[in-house]
Design a protein around this ligand. Structure first.
Ligand code: SF4
Length: 250
């Protein structure tokens, strides 16, 4: 990231940890979609298997950027080769109006905008997005889902122009049952299931990692295809991990 951070407009600025791309969206219904990423700092969760701990463990300091500065950096890095930006974290929904301003600025430039959030906090700008992935965290994360907060968010998103999907990462049997409970509550919202990646060591060989994850994906595929309780469901890999292993910024 460039060192262009200024604090003159701090009230309208966002804490940004990474801006990168163009790359491919690795997860969810937009899997494979060419996109830029803006990763914000801060998360209200502490998932045991979090692959982005640097967003909340204090190991990295964010740069405060106004929406205009974020746009300038996206153009600097992405040139003219993108029309889709994914806001990621951390949990971008911890941040208020500056994110809404960024979304509007991106729309003015003809860029579609997506976000992934765990569904713990509502922000009005969620309804302005093109694609919203709500990814409640299963038991293996060590987090407790606030079902009331999640239900409130899902209700507010109903009727918005945002394309909404639910996504659950499945590590084990309990997570799978949790995913079924999510689907039972919102059977009309598409559900994406993917397998968790417990092999987060940076030196994990990429080919070996891909094989191990494909094994887990087969296990999940076998369960889903023989389970009458799951209907509008997609089983997807984490494409970026298959392509690039545990590398950051891809
Ligand atoms: S919600 Fe996401 S960013 Fe936050 S701790 Fe969990 S996995 Fe990490």
């Amino acid at each position: 990231m460039s060192g262009s951070a200024g604090v003159a407009s701090a009230q309208r600025a966002l804490p940004v940890l990474e801006i990168f791309g163009p790359t491919l969206q690795g997860e969810g219904l937009a899997i494979g979609r060419k996109t830029m990423f803006v990763r914000t700092a801060g998360c209200d969760y502490r998932c045991t298997w979090c692959d982005s701990k640097f967003t909340w463990d204090g190991s990295e300091r964010p740069v405060w950027l106004t929406p205009a500065q974020v746009w300038a950096e996206l153009v600097e890095k992405g040139g003219g080769g993108f029309d889709y930006v994914t806001l990621s974290g951390g949990n971008p929904a911890l941040l208020g109006d500056p994110v809404g301003q960024l979304i509007r600025l991106l729309h003015e430039h003809g860029v579609r905008v997506a976000v992934e959030t765990q569904g713990s906090r509502w922000q009005p700008w969620l309804a302005e997005l093109d694609d919203v992935t709500i990814s409640p965290k299963p038991p293996s994360s060590g987090m407790e889902t606030d079902w009331d907060a999640l239900a409130d968010i899902m209700r507010r998103l109903e009727g918005s122009k945002a394309h909404v999907v639910l996504k659950v990462v499945v590590f084990d049997h309990r997570d799978y049952e949790y995913a079924k409970a999510v689907h039972a509550r919102w059977p009309n919202v598409p559900l994406v299931l993917s397998v968790g990646n417990p092999y987060l060591q940076p030196d994990e060989g990429e080919d070996e990692l891909a094989l191990r994850l494909l094994d887990r994906l087969r296990w999940l595929a076998d369960r889903v295809t023989t389970d009458d309780a799951l209907r509008d469901v997609r089983v997807l890999p984490q494409l970026h991990v298959l392509l690039w292993g545990n590398r950051r910024g891809v």
